[in-house]
Design a protein around this ligand. Structure first.
Ligand code: NDP
Length: 444
């Protein structure tokens, strides 16, 4: 494979999609050596087939706001690859959503889902609609209008969406209701459903918990654990909240959380009661993280990210490209020894280089945040069985899956000096399974 040429071709054919190019470049750079050991892959033009999504749906979503005005948004579903199972991946509702971002997420999802050991292909979708500042009735009308179109392209054995930024239990519930109405079918077509209608215990917690389980495994390789360690978390949504919860349970101290307006720094640590306040603030009142600083009298920094603060561990849990090279250098200079990504692609390529050159523990999102989609996979299994497992059972499976992903990263990512390159490990392990399945299924 000539990775440079493949990438240049993609940039020429799909210009103006920088996040997609970034994700492809990161993967190609690490799998090239393994890929070249298999001349049959090159003969089948496997890499190009794997980089370009199977298909993409784009549609207009029209809905009425509370003032009676008609609004339009764009809707998308990128079905990237389904060689190892039905398409699976979240829906993102955020004003910055565009096709390039969803293509990067769907591409990453394919490798991530492969790593989970469960039979799931990769997809991603969403809209440039933002639930922020909208009434509940507006969110419902939008979700229904969105599902009116999306329902044509999904199904429990075809494509099973879930949540992501801006899509939580409320939005999934409204979309599920509309799908059911349109198809007259009660099925596991979406995951992250409410517990009363087929959702799985531990699904809301899964991404955050899973990331901390992965971190625990990384720390173990250095004979360490989380007790007494100080932690920077970005974001204050689903992933950030349950990351903080698990860090607290394992004896760590959470110093920061953030939203798109700024971050709070609490030198005493965000304890259980304060975290409950954040969950209520964000999930019920849909307020801003600034209000935490007003309530507890701690520092709030507007328009900034928490990476200039001193701590032992960083767990980025907000969005892509939220740690740049300078911030990574500052983190390393401040003594950070582990970074584990709850968000998808939060570190820029330069930041990743800084972490790896400093030889700190660094886990990419596709390995570390795979717990969310793993429990979504378990939700699909429970829906097929028409059974619900206990939280202990789901949590134990999640734990085992994260350990397994960690082992696979070590297997494929250990370098000659003993440093574990988790990026390479995750990419090669995820890629090999998809590649073998593609070869077995012929040119389709
Ligand atoms: P939520 O919508 O619940 O929370 C997102 C958080 O990130 C909010 O605090 C939000 O702030 C903040 N944020 C969003 N965009 C930006 C931005 N451009 N700059 C700064 N802050 C921002 O989403 P999730 O917690 O579900 O997702 C967070 C990350 O984790 C995403 O990268 C997602 O792809 C990834 N992920 C999520 C999984 C899941 O199961 N939910 C699974 C695997 C990965 P505000 O409230 O101001 O918008």
């Amino acid at each position: 494979m000539d990775a440079k040429k493949v990438l240049e071709d993609l940039k020429r054919r799909f210009p103006n999609e920088p996040e997609y190019h970034q994700a492809v470049e990161e993967v190609l750079g690490t799998i090239e050596e393994e890929y070249n050991k298999h001349p049959e892959f090159e003969k089948a033009n496997l890499i190009e087939r794997l980089c370009i999504p199977d298909r993409i749906y784009q549609f207009r979503v029209t809905w009425m706001d509370d003032k009676g005005q008609i609004q339009t948004n764009m809707g998308y579903r990128v079905q990237h690859n389904n060689v190892i199972g039905p398409y699976k991946g979240g829906l993102r509702f955020h004003s910055f959503v565009n096709l390039g971002i969803l293509k990067f997420l769907a591409f990453e999802q394919t490798f991530k889902n492969s790593l989970t050991t469960l039979p799931m292909g990769g997809a991603k979708g969403g809209s440039d609609f933002s639930p922020r500042g909208k009434s509940n009735a507006e969110v419902m009308r939008f979700c229904q209008a969105f599902m009116l179109e999306l329902s044509r392209h999904i199904g429990p054995d075809i494509d099973v969406p879930a949540g992501d930024i801006g899509v939580g239990g409320r939005e999934v519930g409204y979309m599920f209701g509309m799908y059911k109405k349109l198809t007259r079918e009660f099925s596991g077509v979406l995951t992250e459903k409410g517990l009363e209608f087929g959702g799985s215990l531990i699904r809301p917690e899964a991404t955050g918990y899973g990331n901390v389980y992965f971190l625990k495994e990384m720390l173990k390789t250095k004979g360490m654990d989380l007790k007494g360690k100080s932690v920077l978390i970005s974001g204050s949504g689903n992933v950030a909240q349950y990351t903080a919860e698990k860090v607290l349970q394992l004896g760590g101290k959470v110093l920061t959380m953030s939203d798109s307006d700024g971050y709070i720094y609490d030198p005493d640590g965000i304890d259980r009661a304060k975290l409950d306040y954040i969950m209520e603030l964000k999930n019920l009142y849909r307020g801003r993280i600034r209000e935490y600083a007003e309530k507890y009298g701690c520092k709030y920094v507007a328009g900034a990210r928490p990476w200039r603060e001193k701590a032992d561990i960083a767990l980025p849990s907000a969005t892509q490209n939220e740690i740049n090279g300078d911030e990574a250098r500052q983190l390393v200079a401040n003594g950070i020894f582990a970074v584990s990504e709850g968000a998808n692609m939060p570190s820029t390529p330069e930041a990743i280089r800084v972490f790896q050159e400093a030889k700190i523990l660094y886990a990419p999102g596709k390995a570390a945040n795979a717990g969310g989609v793993s429990v979504s996979g378990l939700e699909m299994s429970q829906n097929s069985e028409r059974l619900a497992w206990t939280s202990e059972e789901v949590d134990a499976r999640l734990h085992a899956i994260m350990e397994n992903i960690h082992q696979n990263c070590v297997k494929y990512g250990k370098e000659s000096d003993g440093y574990i390159n988790y990026v390479k490990g995750a990419n090669v392990a995820g890629f090999m399974k998809v590649a073998k399945a593609m070869m077995a299924q012929g040119i389709v």
